[in-house]
Design a protein around this ligand. Structure first.
Ligand code: DON
Length: 325
């Protein structure tokens, strides 16, 4: 890092002027008070609507953070691309996609619907993510107990974040599981349609899905995870090769088309970058070969995306030409 600094070889050479522009966008988004905090479980309603943080990590390890970047929140759907990546790394795309599709569903993220091949549409919606969890459970680590799979998953997330904060919120896990009628319905519906691999223990799979949603983190750690994805699977802060580049290519492709619920088409059009949002207000944005960004603010728009996070991504691309096309 120091040698690169002396040679002025950073991917963002004038980082301090870049950061000034980011601060400006951050402040504009801060004044946006639209949106509503998720309320399907009480633990999520307790977040402060004012909370707003943005962290950036470049592929060469330059960092910048502003706002509530150390506040913990649960991963929720931002865990979906990560478990999908582990399944791809271990099983390859052929096996994974013999169980789950690659198409946007055009329906709500938790809708009781399968594609014409009786597969969940993609790994970013609930049905697809529950299916991915079943692959971990039945194929990736069939010999592991659920406790061991939990540790195993967490160790992947930690390596991706370069050892930064990845924890677990048990209250969120327990209440997710209590309020999960729809997710159970998805599980049973998929079992009825023989979507799962043989030997799937549905109860364990559902618990594992809720555990992944209830893993806790913060903006700083998530920006390193996003940067590892921007960096072809190599963590920029530890230089550990966590995923193969082919895995990351597949994950980013699906994030690009399916990462922001029913806003995915518009997001791909306006921002042109892979992203994944979650109900706790997180937005992971990946600028391939440049940087990872994580924005967090709990108020959500009608489609379930963080209001300030979406505004931030759109303004970022208007200011800097990061759009892929
Ligand atoms: O399954 C649920 O309802 C949530 N725990 C997941 C939430 C989420 O972020 C929705 N995403 N697709």
């Amino acid at each position: 890092l120091i040698a690169k600094a002396f040679r002025q070889q950073f991917i963002i050479p004038d980082f301090s002027s870049f950061v000034k522009d980011i601060e400006e966008i951050y402040c504009r988004c801060k004044t946006n008070t639209l949106g509503k905090i998720a309320d399907y479980i009480p633990q999520l309603t307790r977040y402060c609507p004012e909370s707003w943080g943005v962290s950036i990590c470049t592929v060469d390890g330059q960092r910048f953070s502003i706002g509530d970047v150390e506040e913990p929140f649960t991963l929720q759907s931002c865990s979906k691309p990560l478990t999908y990546a582990i399944a791809l790394e271990k099983l390859g795309p052929k096996v994974v996609h013999s169980y789950v599709g690659q198409e946007p569903s055009g329906r709500n993220f938790n809708e009781l619907v399968l594609d014409q091949n009786k597969k969940p549409h993609n790994p970013m919606i609930n049905a697809g993510a529950i299916l991915t969890c079943s692959l971990m459970n039945a194929l990736v680590k069939p010999d592991m107990t659920s406790a061991e799979i939990f540790d195993y998953t967490m160790s992947w997330f930690k390596r991706l974040s370069g050892g930064e904060y990845i924890g677990f919120n048990n209250a969120v896990f327990l209440s997710e599981r209590e309020a999960a009628d729809r997710n159970y319905a998805l599980g049973f519906y998929m079992r009825e349609n023989k979507c799962f691999p043989k030997r799937t223990n549905l109860k364990e799979v559902m618990d594992y899905y809720f555990q992944c949603c209830a893993m806790e983190t913060n903006c700083e750690a998530m920006s390193v995870i996003a940067a590892s994805m921007a960096n072809g699977g190599i963590c920029p802060t530890t230089e550990e090769k966590v995923f193969r580049p082919e895995v990351i290519r597949d994950v980013l492709s699906i994030m690009h088309s399916c990462g922001t619920y029913d806003y995915s088409g518009q997001f791909a059009f306006k921002v042109g970058l892979p992203a994944k949002s979650g109900v706790s207000g997180g937005m992971m944005l990946v600028i391939p070969n440049v940087m990872g960004i994580f924005a967090w603010s709990p108020p959500l728009d009608d489609l379930g995306n963080t209001v300030r996070g979406v505004q931030f991504c759109e303004e970022l691309v208007n200011m800097f030409n990061f759009h892929r096309y």
